[in-house]
Design a protein around this ligand. Structure first.
Ligand code: AGP
Length: 591
């Protein structure tokens, strides 16, 4: 997911403003970056691969009131400075940054080359400034040219373009987020996420899908991208402070966000009772309820299948968002799709929502990001209120998502207060569990297994999705090959993988399946496995025991937390940056 920021207004240090803003978007993951600023009637550009280092002040304009910047996560074209954004028009007075994919770029590129345009990169993005330049030959107006160009693109995108001559910023979106920051007394920011400009303003305006915005720094105009009709936009005050998105006393966002779960789970539980009851009834009334999400959010959905089954006796169907469209035949107007997403911008989830809506089904979104596209396109929305999650590895969002889904399951059997109590007790137990002695014990375990090349995790019932989630966490931050299995599946193949000393984690609860999963651990041990038990009680089969509180139906929520800590320390001990793992982005806004 690329990062976008632009500024135009009374400030004369626009180049520095947008680079500082870009640093607040680093959590999204990137492999190159660039900045463009107005110099007279022309545009100057500085682009580099790798991380944003100390920027050479001589390179960046000291005097300038219009600039755009971008962090790129490569999709079309390799990681090179030529492919980094911003990209310029032939005449050098238009610069563009972009998030998403122009799916029909090859056809557009061929047409532009035939008209004499010269391309310097392999990217789809570079067709945008050249097409705008071509459109300006007929419209003469920058904003009108951007509109006409954007209407020729296919695919989901967010575009931010600057024009040196008119001194304006124009942005348009279909599917990838863009938010306007209203400068306190001068200027406007336009960015893909609020942290890019949060230290300069707390007043924002959301650009919706199919909309465009034009500003010269003094005034601003929102309009419908297709018709040009003007759109009114409310100014919204953002309440959280930048401090919340800084690491504070922690070395990494990931550890900070793991430790925040003492509080974030309680915030997730603090939902409007009437709203939860209404959604519970909507699930009861639906003819087919589907759960869908991606990655870690998908594991919250899988855990919810067990919550709805075991707690509420309700059948729901999970499908990964990228697979959901293959089940469209089962969708009716009376169906309900529940989507779960931390960022609220995941392209596969938006696609799943489109399929459900095409069949007339209703959509409930459980998200962590206010104002996100998924939140605004759903029929009902619940916020988990976990606060900004900056690490690419999702931790506090997962447990918040599971808490909300469990609450709904309890509401379905008229026991919402019991569910709330269970979850608040769980939050309190996590508060006791997450102490320095506990995390240093887990750090010592990470030290023991950090050089192992394979690691397996088993679980049963709601701990099976947590075994899969454990694998994602360990894979994505430490790059260790980890795999999760349903304990009962071992003897059908995976147990062949076990060698002397292979680390195997068993996720255990004091529930009806405890004996089964302990027996699975015994099978692993018999073949040489080094057994790490995550359980409320010790057992002889465990070579190492990570004690967790007994939280009954909420056991999956507590069992995943020591694994998050283990994954974090495995990454650090293997010299990796747990906040910005290679090849990954915080939100996958492309299909
Ligand atoms: C989780 O640690 C990963 N970063 C990834 O799997 C993530 O959960 C997935 O991309 C879904 O993101 P979302 O919750 O923002 O939709």
């Amino acid at each position: 997911m690329c990062g976008i920021i632009g500024y135009v207004g009374g400030r004369r240090d626009a180049g520095f403003l947008v680079i500082e803003g870009l640093k607040n978007l680093e959590y999204r993951g990137y492999d190159s970056w660039g900045v463009a600023w107005k110099e007279g009637r022309k545009i100057a550009v500085c682009k580099e691969t790798g991380k944003i280092g100390c920027v050479d002040a001589a390179k960046i304009a000291k005097e300038g009131n219009l600039a755009i910047a971008h962090t790129r996560w490569a999709t079309h074209g390799g990681v090179t400075t030529e492919n980094a954004h911003p990209h310029l028009s032939c005449n050098g007075s238009i610069a563009v940054v972009h998030n998403g994919i122009v799916e029909n770029y090859e056809e557009i590129r061929r047409d532009l080359i035939a008209k004499g345009h010269r391309f310097l990169s392999e990217t789809d993005t570079e067709v945008i400034p050249h097409l705008i330049e071509e459109e300006m030959k007929t419209t003469g107006d920058f904003a009108a040219a951007v509109r006409r160009a954007c209407l020729k693109f296919e695919g989901r995108f967010a575009v931010l373009a600057m024009h040196a001559e008119s001194g304006t910023l124009v942005a348009a979106r279909t599917g990838s987020p863009l938010i306007v920051g209203v400068g306190d007394h001068e200027g406007y920011f336009i960015a893909s996420d609020i942290p890019a400009f949060r230290e300069h303003t707390s007043t924002v305006q959301y650009l919706d899908d199919g909309e465009m915005v034009v500003t010269d720094g003094r005034s601003i105009l929102f309009s419908d991208l297709k018709t040009g009709a003007e759109r009114e936009k409310r100014e919204i005050e953002i309440t959280w402070e930048t401090a919340q998105v800084q690491k504070g006393k922690y070395a990494h966002f990931m550890l900070k966000e793991i430790m925040e779960q003492k509080d974030s789970i309680a915030r997730a539980v603090n939902q409007d009772e009437g709203e939860i009851q209404t959604l519970a009834e909507a699930i009861r009334a639906a003819q087919g309820t589907f759960l869908s999400g991606c990655g870690t959010a998908a594991k919250a959905c899988m855990a919810a299948e067990y919550f709805f089954s075991v707690i509420a006796g309700q059948h729901v169907n999970f499908a990964p968002a990228s697979e959901f469209k293959l089940f469209h035949r089962f969708l009716k107007p009376q169906s309900l799709l529940i989507v779960v997403s931390q960022s609220g911008e995941t392209a596969d989830v938006l696609e799943a929502m489109k399929v459900a809506k095409s069949k007339g089904a209703k959509v409930l979104a459980i998200v962590n990001t206010e104002g996100s596209t998924i939140a605004r396109e759903a029929d009902y929305t619940l916020h988990i209120n976990a606060g900004p999650e900056r690490a690419v590895a999702s931790t506090k969002a997962l447990t918040g998502q599971m808490a909300v889904l469990m609450l709904i399951a309890y509401a379905m059997i008229g026991k919402l207060p019991k569910g709330r109590t269970r979850l608040l007790e769980t939050a309190a137990a996590i508060n006791d569990m997450l102490n320095p002695r506990y995390t240093s014990f887990i750090e010592s375990l990470a030290e023991k297994i950090k050089d192992d090349k394979d690691l397996y995790i088993i679980g049963k019932s709601w701990n099976y999705p947590m075994a899969l989630e454990s694998a994602i966490k360990i894979q994505e931050v430490s790059y260790v090959h980890a795999e999760g299995f349903a304990g009962g599946e071992l003897k059908h193949g995976p147990i062949a993988l076990i060698e002397e000393g292979t680390p195997c984690i068993a996720l255990v609860g004091n529930d009806e399946v405890r004996t089964d999963i302990i027996n699975n651990a015994i099978e692993l041990k018999a073949r040489g496995g080094f057994i790490i038990g995550v359980a409320p009680e010790r057992h002889a089969v465990f070579d190492e025991w990570i004690k967790v509180p007994d939280t009954d139906t909420a056991q999956a929520i507590v069992n995943i937390i020591p694994i998050q800590v283990l994954a974090y320390f495995l990454a650090v001990k293997r010299g990796k940056d747990p906040d910005m793992p290679r090849n990954l982005a915080k939100s996958v806004t492309v299909k």
